[in-house]
Design a binder for this molecule. Structure first.
Ligand SMILES: Nc1ncnc2c1ncn2[C@@H]1O[C@H](COP(=O)(O)OP(=O)(O)OP(=O)(O)O)[C@@H](O)[C@H]1O
Ligand SMILES: [Mg+2]
Length: 258
């Protein structure tokens, strides 16, 4: 659980368009890292290169290295499906499987592996829903559809589904942007408790959120229209928000960007 990620000299392309350029960073285990920066600077693209979701887009490719501890994630023998199991993802809009029950939503990834008894599944579903801080709200209606939950509950269901397969890293792309403030705080609390077991990377446009939940913050920026996004700096979150090393970072976090 909770492994370190090391990225070196990473470029990502959509066809001929280079979306991000020469990104090098280390993400420590059991930390929350926030990615911030203006729209289009490549935060989501970079996030998706970390679990090989980027290449799902036709014509998309990556150059450079991503390592999870001692494993080269883009090595020739690596199965991208197993990478996506080890490095799970939670999306902007909660996306529970609409026709499935709450229980089946959480169990879906485990059933793909097909080697769990019913009682083992019961145990993992319960511990995942507890881990996602949703158990008390749904334990009496596990067989009702996941789509019947509130937006914030659906997002916690998606987090339960992601942690059920016991990933080492959780990637979250603006996981609160479709949620009300109370549900947002619930997810932020959850992120803080999950970092005891997982390495978490979260993309957010909400500076307060980055300041509240993350240990490290990475600021990405664009040099201009059509230019690739770059990592400007990464540091302790407290430092990025009080005394960043680069003027572009300061301009962005103080709202003078543009
Ligand atoms: N599926 C795609 N096909 C082609 N180009 C894409 C695709 N997805 C993103 N891009 C391009 O890659 C660049 C980076 O986009 P990306 O979505 O990673 O930015 P972002 O920082 O996540 O932005 P936002 O804050 O708006 O979510 C943009 O120029 C975008 O137009
Ligand atoms: Mg994005």
């Amino acid at each position: 659980m909770a492994k370190q990620i090391e990225v070196a000299g990473l470029d990502a392309y959509y066809g001929a368009h280079k979306a991000i350029e020469d990104i090098t960073m280390t993400i420590e285990p059991r930390t929350v890292t926030a990615f911030i920066g203006p729209s289009g600077c490549g935060k989501s693209t970079f996030l998706r290169t970390l679990n090989r979701m980027h290449e799902v887009v036709p014509g998309a490719r990556v150059e450079g290295k991503v390592r999870l501890e001692d494993q080269d994630l883009y090595g020739p023998d690596v199965d991208p499906v197993s990478v996506r199991r080890t490095i799970g993802m939670v999306f902007q809009r909660p996306n529970p499987f609409p026709t499935m029950s709450i229980y089946d939503n959480v169990a879906a990834g485990l059933r793909l592996n097909g080697r769990f008894s019913r009682s083992e599944l019961d145990g993992i579903v319960e511990s995942s829903l507890k881990g996602a801080n949703l158990w008390n709200e749904v334990k009496d209606r596990l067989n009702k559809p996941g789509s019947g939950l509130s937006g914030g509950q659906q997002q916690r269901l998606c987090i339960a589904r992601a942690i059920a397969v016991r990933p080492q890293v959780l990637l979250m792309d603006e996981p609160c942007s479709a949620l009300d403030p109370i549900s947002t705080l619930a997810i932020e609390d959850l992120i803080s408790s999950l970092k005891q077991d997982y390495t978490i990377v979260i993309v957010t446009h909400n500076m307060q959120q980055a300041a509240r939940v993350s240990d490290k913050t990475a600021f990405f920026n664009l040099a201009g229209q059509g230019q690739p996004g770059k990592l400007i700096e990464m540091d302790d979150t407290s430092r990025i928000f009080t005394n960043p090393g680069q003027k572009a970072t300061e301009d962005y976090i103080t709202g003078r960007f543009g």
